[in-house]
Design a binder for this molecule. Structure first.
Ligand code: SF4
Length: 65
């Protein structure tokens, strides 16, 4: 699994961080998403897919299995 984020689209809602805290973080200044792991740990991959689906800005893209 590979993950990319579009910080320009991110609206700093934080859902992704709540769902998958080993993969996503938020910028301390403006709350925009920070990608911690472009290849998420196995135990967090379902949560990363959930984050892709629930991100209000469609700023998360997941590819591969
Ligand atoms: S869920 Fe989407 S909009 Fe919210 S912080 Fe994460 S990437 Fe940004």
């Amino acid at each position: 699994m590979k993950v990319t984020v579009d910080t320009g689209s991110c609206v700093s809602s934080g859902q992704c961080v709540l769902l998958a805290p080993e993969t996503f973080d938020q910028n301390e200044d403006d709350g925009t998403v920070v990608l911690l792991a472009a290849e998420p740990p196995a135990g967090e991959q379902d949560a990363v897919r959930q984050a892709e689906l629930t991100c209000p800005a469609a700023a998360i893209r997941v590819s591969g299995s």
